[in-house]
Design a protein around this ligand. Structure first.
Ligand code: F6P
Length: 553
């Protein structure tokens, strides 16, 4: 069991933050900027090819120092060392979480149960390279001898979201010979709509499942295999068209996938941290192995930054501590991730799993209920589209929603003045959140626009924007495999640092497991394969009856 230490909210460092908040409460950010000409420059830090402008936060040097003091007091340094060295950071499952080892150089050394795992990681990368090259060159074909044109990745959760994000984000780097499709949902529409567009002779299926027990993935894979057999394939050629990435080689073999076509996963990699492993095959097949290695290199650069940069300049530490600040001291219940880059449209989805599956926990590592909020709701979407939808609530609603804007300085598609306009929109949103508009300013504007005094006074409250709403701006030169790797790793470490402060296990997901278990109990009842007893409550039983009477299943 972990060591006992003072409850988080009784720590002196926690109290210091409460006091700091009281001093800052009536000091708007506008004034902080006016009082301190060096603020913008001082709160701009760089690491692994990313720049973080965190000047638009309810923050002073005193608060920053107090936040970092809290991180130190919570043992961040020791926990970070344990993470990288393969300590049992996933306590409830008694496992290390070594996604960082997946992006370690060939000469590195990370031991699990005494064995250095780096050689095996690099052997797997070699096997991925051989597959990618043989498919791209046409040496490896489907059963009719036709080249593969399409890859269908069947997986869900961490075996889906990261690869989907990276494939879409790196579209400018696609090599052009392979189209990648993703099937995740047990909703039959997902696989049906995907298969209708494909030719079985030229399609390769990747069954992506660490456990090889996930219902959605297994059912979709069985259906895909049947579709292949019904459309010209035969039992012998299944092995040419189906490959697996899994830690459960026996189950994959039972499905008909030869060990030679099975890529390993390890129990020391969590699903939501697995895109760096062979689960990243859809990325490598679409972009080529060199780009995949660049993605790993970017993530590794962020690992090095996280380990070595002083706390005051450390991007994941600063972003995590700001999140703790708003979540635990200012009552923020959600956090918006707003990429101003069309290619990053799946980033919020990936981060939702990463952050909310990791930090949606309510007991400490010792199993004691927390008396403070843990992980906030993470949500978001691409700018500028969101400005015409939910930004209204960010600006004038009653909730405090800290936001991360993410934008590259250079566009892959520099048409007309679009990129400057996109950048202007991003800056305008950040400024509006920070500075807002007082009622007096709104009234003055209205009068200047020709409205009479009374009408202006009545309208002004509606036009006033409170401001003082915090945001970060994350910049990169250009969205490349390297910067994307760094960006995703940044959020992984941010999530980890938060969990250290909240003293929760960010590598398990027992809530998700309960849903799977109940689903497996209900399914036979819906299918009429088991009429025994109740599903546990009359509400569920009622709808089971309704489904059986009316669904036509
Ligand atoms: O969603 C829960 C989860 O356990 C994730 O953590 C995991 O990535 C996903 O299911 C899929 O699991 P598997 O790769 O074992 O099919």
């Amino acid at each position: 069991m972990p060591e006992k230490h003072p409850a988080l909210t009784s720590r002196a460092e926690w109290q210091a933050l409460n006091d700091a908040k009281a001093r800052l409460e009536h000091l708007p950010m506008r004034e902080l900027f006016q009082q301190d000409p060096g603020r913008a420059q001082r709160y701009l830090v760089e690491g692994a090819g990313l720049s973080l402008d965190f000047s638009r936060n309810r923050l002073t040097d005193e608060v920053l120092e107090a936040l970092l003091n809290l991180a130190r007091a919570c043992g961040l340094e020791e926990r970070r060392t344990a993470l990288f060295r393969g300590g049992l950071v996933n306590l409830t499952e008694q496992r290390p979480a070594l996604h960082t080892a997946l992006r370690e150089g060939e000469q590195g050394e990370v031991r699990v149960n005494g064995d250095n795992i780096i050689p095996e990681i690099h052997r797997t990368l070699g096997k991925m390279k051989a597959l990618v090259e043989s498919i791209h060159s046409g040496e490896r074909t489907g059963h009719t001898g036709a080249r593969f044109t399409d890859v269908v990745s069947i997986g869900i959760g961490g075996s889906f979201l990261g690869p989907k994000l990276a494939v879409e984000a790196l579209r400018p780097y696609w090599q052009g010979s392979i189209n990648c499709h993703f099937v995740a949902n047990i909703d039959g529409t997902d696989i049906t709509e995907t298969l209708t567009r494909l030719n079985p002779d030229t399609t390769l299926f990747l069954v992506q499942s660490k456990s090889f027990r996930t219902q959605e993935t297994l059912e979709n894979s069985l259906l895909a295999r049947q579709w292949f057999l019904d459309n010209g394939g035969n039992a012998a050629s299944v092995s040419q068209h189906f490959m697996a990435v899994t830690a459960n080689v026996e189950e994959a073999a039972r499905f008909g996938i030869e060990p030679a076509n099975t890529f390993p996963m390890w129990d020391w990699v969590g699903g939501r941290y697995s895109l760096w492993s062979a689960i990243g095959l859809p990325i490598a097949l679409t972009l080529g192995m060199a780009a995949f290695r660049e993605l790993l290199a970017g993530a590794h650069a962020m690992d090095t930054h996280f380990r070595e940069a002083p706390e005051r300049e450390n991007l994941p530490v600063i972003m995590a501590m700001l999140s703790v600040w708003y979540n635990n001291f200012w009552g923020a219940e959600s956090h918006a991730v707003l990429p101003y880059d069309e290619y990053l449209k799946y980033l919020p989805e990936h981060l939702q799993q990463l952050d909310m599956e990791s930090n949606g926990k309510r007991v400490t590592q010792n199993g004691i209920s927390v008396d403070y909020p843990t992980g906030p709701v993470l949500w978001g979407g691409v700018g500028a589209n969101g400005q015409h939808a939910y930004h209204q609530l960010i600006h004038q609603g009653t909730r405090l929603i800290p936001a991360d804007f993410i934008i590259p300085l250079r566009s892959h598609n520099p048409v007309a003045s679009h990129h400057a306009a996109l950048f202007a929109n991003c800056l305008s949103q950040a400024r509006a959140m920070m500075a807002g508009k007082t009622e007096a300013e709104a009234e003055q504007e209205l009068v200047a626009g020709g409205l009479d005094g009374d009408a202006a006074r009545q309208l002004a409250p509606h036009k006033a924007i409170p401001g003082n709403r915090p945001c970060n701006i994350l910049l990169m030169e250009r969205l490349t495999p390297h910067t994307l790797g760094a960006l995703i790793a940044l959020y992984e470490h941010r999530t980890f640092v938060q969990s250290v402060i909240w003293d929760i296990d960010c590598f398990d997901q027992w809530g998700v497991e309960l849903g799977k278990q109940i689903g497996n109990e209900i399914l036979p009842k819906l299918l009429g394969e088991s009429e025994d007893g109740s599903a546990g409550d009359s509400a569920t039983d009622n709808l089971i009856r309704l489904f059986r009477d009316r669904s036509g299943t």
